[in-house]
Design a protein around this ligand. Structure first.
Ligand SMILES: Cc1ncc(COP(=O)(O)O)c(C=O)c1O
Length: 389
């Protein structure tokens, strides 16, 4: 049985309860209900070889350990490892690979992930194929004898395409490859990839898990012992750990994940419905709309459609005007916070993706992306209405 299950949680505890209590025990020295920020670099030992399980803070930190147990439980994994950013977490999990290995990647993956794979890891003889993973037959066709990992993002950023996690897991496992799911966009409140067959889940905790736009971090959740051992080793060896303060912030964030995601769902749907009736909007990408090409898959593998949506306004000039005219929404990169953000993916979040690749995945220059926060939905609609007018 995992540590976090033996702590305070009743057996069979449900998702919101797990979010609040997993990994949390009152501080034994004071009774503080909230895990303290253990801002220390080292730990005093009682005698040579006698210590309390903590020797040096890169290797172990109680605040980080509490967060890792919490997120492992929330994702239904066996262990989690927190890193200094989402990219550091993705980089760490690619050390499970060796020179000569091949990875199949969702073509519409986050621009920073593409940059890491294409500009850094290819130097170390790793091979990557970018595939529309929403089509299992294309995934099947991309598999090679040396394919060791499938790296899937679902829904994708910013065109909101979905991949069937269970089907992709079956393809990966039939060839002895690992399935990694970047679950940043959905969050475990809406989608739990390990229950659907994924071996590893990665997050930018910067987004929904923290939820308050005040921390940068990442986490890898693992289901199997082989990866757990290696990830613990690489976390300590390469040392890109999450700080105690950031660990504490994310731990505070996960307590309210369920209620925040419920409102993100409401606001995402409200904005998507409003935009799909707007005469200046040519297309809306939101898995909750019945005309989304994978609406049925979204219903099958997600418990809500989330707060992320994008829409097309026909021309770059109109997209720019909308981004510049909003008053309540903030023009900014990032997503998943309580405040609504708007951005122009082609020139902001996805500027590092070559234009021809952007075209292939349907990321147009006239596309605008919204990360719907948890404000009153009518205030957001009013803001968009004036920006589009
Ligand atoms: C889906 C996804 N994965 C990973 C990352 C990288 O996370 P970070 O910015 O915390 O390094 C991002 C960042 O936007 C993202 O959107």
């Amino acid at each position: 049985m995992c540590d976090y299950l033996s702590m305070k949680l009743p057996p069979g505890a449900r998702f919101p309860t797990i979010c609040i209590h997993a990994g949390q025990t009152p501080d034994p020295s004071t009774g503080a209900i909230i895990t303290p920020i253990f801002q220390t670099s080292t730990y005093v030992q009682d005698a040579l070889g006698e210590h309390k399980g903590y020797e040096y803070a890169r290797t172990q930190n109680p605040t980080r350990a509490a967060l890792e147990q919490n997120i492992a439980a929330i994702e239904g994994g066996a262990a989690a490892f927190a890193f200094a950013s989402g990219m550091a977490a993705i980089d760490a999990l690619t050390t499970l690979l060796a020179a000569g290995d091949h990875v199949v990647v969702t073509d519409n993956t986050y621009g920073g992930t593409f940059r890491l794979f294409d500009k850094v890891l290819r130097k170390y003889q790793l091979e990557f194929s970018y595939v529309d993973t929403s089509q299992p037959e294309l995934v099947e066709r991309a598999m090679r004898p040396n394919t060791k990992m499938l790296f899937v993002e679902t829904p994708t950023n910013p065109v909101m395409r979905l991949t069937d996690i269970a089907e992709t897991a079956a393809i990966a496992h039939a060839r002895g490859a690992l399935l990694v799911v970047d679950n940043t966009f959905a969050s475990p409140a809406l989608q739990q990839p390990i229950a659907l067959g994924a071996d590893l889940v990665v997050h930018s905790t910067t987004k929904y898990l923290n939820g308050h736009s005040d921390s940068v971090g990442g986490v890898v959740v693992a289901a199997r012992q082989a990866e757990i051992e290696w990830l613990g080793f690489i976390q300590n060896s390469a040392g890109a750990i999450l700080s105690p303060f950031d660990s504490w912030l994310v731990l505070r964030g996960t307590k309210t994940l369920t209620v925040r995601m419920a409102q993100h769902n409401v606001n995402g749907m409200g904005l998507a419905e409003y935009l799909s009736l707007h005469p200046k909007v040519t297309r809306v990408h939101y898995p909750g709309l019945t005309n989304h090409p994978q609406h049925l898959l979204a219903r099958k593998q997600m418990r809500g459609f989330g707060g992320m949506l994008s829409f097309d306004v026909g021309t770059f000039e109109t997209a720019r005007a909308v981004c510049n005219r909003v008053r309540l929404m903030a023009l900014a990169e990032s997503l998943g916070g309580v405040e609504t953000l708007i951005c122009h993916p082609a020139s902001m979040t996805h500027a590092s993706v070559p234009p021809e690749r952007r075209q292939e995945i349907g990321l147009t220059d006239s596309m605008v992306r919204i990360s719907a926060g948890i404000e009153d939905p009518q205030d957001l609609i009013d803001d968009l209405a004036q920006a589009l007018s």
